[in-house]
Write a protein that binds this ligand. Structure first.
Ligand SMILES: Cc1cc2nc3c(=O)[nH]c(=O)nc-3n(C[C@H](O)[C@H](O)[C@H](O)COP(=O)(O)O)c2cc1C
Length: 400
């Protein structure tokens, strides 16, 4: 019954706990981020699950807290996709998918069509959070135009795709910008000159120090960061044909790796960004992305400082209704710790990262304390002595 109640409450973002409703206390997944009210922190990540108005409507109706639409640009005629464009990595026994490579580009649908769809989505779902993901060439006027036209149509926020690692970098877009902190600063600065709604800069993981581009975007006023986009990869080589995968007319290019396998890398990068933001930009926000499929996965991103959590590949594997189970398991986690809101545990695990030297020192100290406790304790029967018999007995008592 409680489980059913929680699923129902996913739509309102609140849940009543049987133990705690006597006191009238309610745990909630609702959260306000950059002034926007999300009914829960689960946001569709930019990609196929947000690729047109039909699927975005489905996401809202299933209970997602928000949607980042597939990345758009002013001139879609330059975007030409190939097929096949995905390759999957499965575990040998269960055939479970844990790694996913794609060589998909941004949306190939016309910008004007997108504006009409954004408009119709905001009319039919005015309270849902709709975020436009935008990408443009290295030209100030283009960035100004795409920002101004998207915000005029009524989307709630913008995510800057400075991070797609394949195809677009050949046109000096996407990760070609995101891997250069100076260009991140310049382009985000152009956006902030005209933006009137919240802006998140989406980071590429294909860089040594993720805090460098993160700091650049925040320094010129971005309201938040989203991390991570996909990791540049080669899925494998077909041992019969000797051709790399995914193979298009016998050839391939490195693509972006996503799904569960990237989660540890995403968690590490989110942790590093959160630590930097805590000390340098405490009023900005962070959207964690990478291999999220359950409420427990989301809890870990929030414990490391994320305000929202995005899911892309997970939806392609499990479907839109996965959000209901995610809401109920995140609430169960919160209940088990007595957390009433996401704010109660956001960043709570950050203080437990340290240096290797500190770990060594802590371990040396713990061993010394353990030794001191053990000293004088009889461990083998041959150690009993007639002279110290009573003291030795005493030291073996645990509960005086
Ligand atoms: C098929 C596919 C297409 C994607 N297209 C976009 C895109 O258009 N814009 C973007 O910012 N990220 C895109 N991404 C990246 C995802 O939004 C996300 O950052 C990444 O896949 C990691 O999250 P995940 O493990 O939940 O998929 C795409 C990912 C996949 C798998």
């Amino acid at each position: 019954m409680f489980h059913v109640l929680k699923i129902i409450c996913c739509f309102s973002g609140r849940v009543l706990s049987p133990e705690r409703d006597i006191m009238g206390i309610m745990a909630t997944l609702e959260t306000t981020v950059n002034g926007l009210r999300f009914k829960n922190p689960f946001v569709i990540g930019s990609g196929p699950p947000g690729t047109n108005a039909n699927v975005i409507r489905k996401a809202f109706d299933e209970g997602w807290g928000g949607v980042v639409a597939k990345t758009i640009s002013l001139n879609a005629s330059k975007v030409i996709n190939v097929a096949p464009r995905y390759a999957r990595m499965r575990s040998e026994g269960s055939k479970e998918v844990f790694g996913w490579e794609n060589i998909e580009l941004i949306s190939d649908r016309p910008f004007e069509t997108w504006l009409e769809e954004f408009d119709s989505l905001k009319q039919s779902h005015p309270d849902e959070i709709l975020i436009a993901s935008i990408m443009e060439e290295y030209t100030k006027d283009c960035w100004h135009e795409i920002v101004e036209r998207c915000q005029a149509i009524g989307v709630d926020a913008l995510e800057l795709n400075l991070s797609c690692p394949h195809g677009l970098p050949e046109r000096k877009m996407g990760a070609a910008m995101g891997e250069n902190p100076d260009i991140v600063k310049e382009v985000t600065g152009w956006v902030m000159e005209v933006a009137t709604i919240p802006v998140w800069a989406k980071m590429t993981p294909n860089i040594t120090h993720i805090t460098d581009p993160g700091r650049s975007a925040l320094a010129v006023g971005a309201d938040g960061l989203a991390a991570i986009n996909t990791i540049l990869s080669v899925m494998g080589v077909d041992l019969k044909t000797l051709r790399p995968l995914p193979t298009v007319e016998g050839y391939s290019v490195p693509g972006g790796y996503s799904c569960k396998a990237i989660r540890p890398i995403a968690l590490r990068m989110v942790m590093q960004l959160a630590q930097m933001m805590k000390s340098e930009f405490p009023d900005r926000t962070l959207s964690g992305i990478g291999g999220v499929e359950t409420g427990d996965d989301a809890a870990q991103f929030i414990l490391l400082g994320a305000h929202t959590v995005q899911v892309c590949t997970g939806v392609m594997i499990h479907g839109y209704d996965m959000v209901q189970e995610m809401c109920s398991s995140l609430l169960a986690f919160m209940e088990s710790h007595g957390f009433d809101s996401l704010e109660d545990f956001r960043g709570a695990s950050l203080p437990y990262f340290s240096t290797h030297a500190d770990l060594v020192e802590r371990q040396t100290q713990a061993k010394a304390e353990k030794k001191a406790r053990r000293e004088g304790m009889v461990e083998k029967d041959a150690q009993w002595s007639g002279d110290e018999f009573v003291e030795q007995s005493d030291r073996l008592v645990s509960n005086d």
